[in-house]
Design a protein around this ligand. Structure first.
Ligand code: NAX
Ligand code: K
Length: 493
């Protein structure tokens, strides 16, 4: 699924109006009906509704939604916030359509706002994708008042005051909705953890915008939803044998952190690799043999941390990093590995921290190496950024400059390809923010690379599958009780 910028969203509306053809007023009606259909699925008529409208097309949606909901038996109060004399054409037409049906109250100053005594539902249709500056004056006061209300808030298209595709300032006044019901495509703003409070749970409703425009639109931003994620799976052929699925090597663990090696190896074995060898320091030998008899163990000559590179010839992909520590000899191992490796590589955890401290090694990374930092690791690797939009730009530049693929971990893990394209992942949950869950991802990615998924598909699909398994684990155990091993236990289709 594509994510478009504001200019493209406007062009998409215009292309739909022109090519279908449909009037902009009827398109607004269709959008409002789609919103109402979503609403009916959530709330019955026992809850009364207050709709707050601005005077642009988002406000026009608010008026149309009020009319349609009222026609379906909901008790609706409508308020138009009079922050300006100007109103959009479609807003004015919808005002005429509603006037004889429901009383519309004009709010010229904050004292004219209703008191929110019960927990009725608030629909926020003040400002939409047309936001061009922060909300101020009466609008800002109204937004604050709405945010203090007890009942659930639902934003039409996007929370009023939130920019679609660029960062807000910390001081901006923005609606904090429980739900955002957005039209046709998710917005870039929803992908940013900094906007979590200004997004709530978001839902895309189809309003039949021009498919050809969407297909032709050029954008670096994509959303890996269920169907685009599942489409990447390579099904196993009947006549395949273990050689078909490659031989993965995982280099992981040090004294006290052999668990990281176990988790990444188990995840690798459970993600379809034909064969798996785990290279661990001597202290990990028995632990690995017992916890994962399916794996072959390559024992390092060093007792407590990895100090040598094993013979690499038989492997089809390598993952290095979980729990390896940062001893000087381990740094040398990474250096030697980067010089010798001829197969796809994934670098994570301590191996990433080594890279941050030895930037000269960055130049040695083979093309399309996958790196999977969490935000702090990425900061150590690439430097600080003022906000998450800047961080994403930094990551896109980094990926292009070093010709690598970055899985920037977070609520919507961003898989950043070496051409700068970004694929935000849809699966996963807060229960996965727990020790070892990154090691599990490393194992999955190594396994997919061994099975000859392209590095791009391995990264997008691996992150998707990791989140999906996490979602299944959370369902069974709850987000609080689940641990990284539960993610492994729920891998597979
Ligand atoms: N164009 C279309 O065909 C469709 C548009 N739709 C709705 O239209 C919305 C976009 O409508 P608009 O482009 O009219 O924009 P908005 O309704 O978001 O904003 C209205 C106007 O307010 C002004 N404005 C921007 N920031 C302001 C601020 N901080 N304080 C005061 N005024 C400010 C702008 O000049 C803008 O023209 C979408 O979010 C969606 O809800 C939907 O009806 C679907 C179809
Ligand atoms: K809104």
């Amino acid at each position: 699924m594509k994510i478009l910028n504001v200019k493209q969203i406007r062009e998409l509306d215009a292309a739909t109006i022109q090519n279908e053809p449909i009037s902009s007023l009827n398109l607004m009606e269709r959008a409002s009906q789609a919103f109402v259909k979503w609403y009916e699925g959530r709330f019955d008529t026992t809850k009364s509704i207050s709709v707050f409208c601005g005077k642009g097309n988002n406000g026009g949606d608010g008026l149309a939604i009020s009319r349609i909901l009222s026609g379906k038996g909901y008790h609706v109060r409508v308020f138009v916030i009079e922050y300006t004399k100007d109103a959009s054409e479609d807003f004015q037409q919808n005002l005429v359509k509603i006037e004889n049906l429901i009383q519309v109250k004009s709010v010229y100053e904050i004292n004219a706002m209703p008191e929110f005594v019960d927990d009725h539902v608030i629909i926020d249709a003040l400002l939409g994708s047309g936001l061009s500056r922060p909300a101020e004056g009466l609008l800002a006061e109204v937004i604050k008042k709405i945010n203090d209300a007890p009942g659930p808030i639902i934003s039409v298209d996007i929370a009023s005051g939130l920019y679609v595709d660029k960062s807000n300032e910390k001081a901006d006044t923005i609606i904090e909705p429980d739900h955002t019901v957005t039209f046709q495509l998710p917005k870039l703003a929803f992908m940013m953890p900094q906007n979590a409070a200004f997004t709530g749970d978001w839902h895309v409703v189809d309003i039949g915008l021009n498919e050809k425009y969407i297909a032709d639109a050029s954008t670096p931003y994509h959303f890996t939803d269920q169907s685009s994620g599942e489409a990447l799976v390579k099904f196993r052929e009947k006549f395949s044998h273990k050689g078909t699925f490659g031989h993965a090597l995982i280099m992981a663990g040090s004294y006290g952190k052999i668990g990281a090696a176990v988790l990444s190896s188990r995840a690798c074995a459970h993600s379809g690799a034909g064969l798996l060898t785990v290279h661990v320091p001597e202290c990990g030998y028995e632990i690995l043999q017992i916890s994962l008899p399916e794996a072959m163990i390559s024992v390092d000559q060093n007792r407590n941390y990895i100090a040598s590179v094993p013979e690499l010839d038989s492997f089809s992909a390598i993952g290095i990093g979980p729990g390896i520590g940062q001893e000087a000899l381990t740094v040398r191992v990474l250096d030697e590995l980067l010089s010798k490796i001829k197969v796809p590589l994934i670098i994570d955890a301590d191996a990433l921290n080594i890279l941050s401290k030895h930037p000269d090694l960055l130049e040695k990374l083979p093309a399309k190496t996958i790196v999977s930092p969490h935000p702090k690791e990425f900061q150590r690797l690439a430097g600080e950024s003022a906000n998450e939009y800047d961080r994403l730009e930094l990551a896109r530049n980094f990926a292009q400059k070093h010709n690598v693929i970055i899985c920037l971990k977070g609520a919507y893990t961003a898989v950043i390809l070496s051409d700068g394209d970004v694929h935000f992942n849809s699966t996963g949950n807060a229960g996965m923010a727990t020790g070892g869950s990154g090691d599990v991802l490393t194992g999955i990615l190594t396994s997919l690379l061994a099975q000859k998924y392209t590095p791009e598909n391995a990264a997008i699909f691996g992150v998707f599958q990791h989140g999906l398994a996490g979602d299944k684990a959370a369902k069974k155990k709850t987000k609080t009780a689940m641990i990284a091993s539960d993610i492994i236990d729920n891998l597979g289709w």
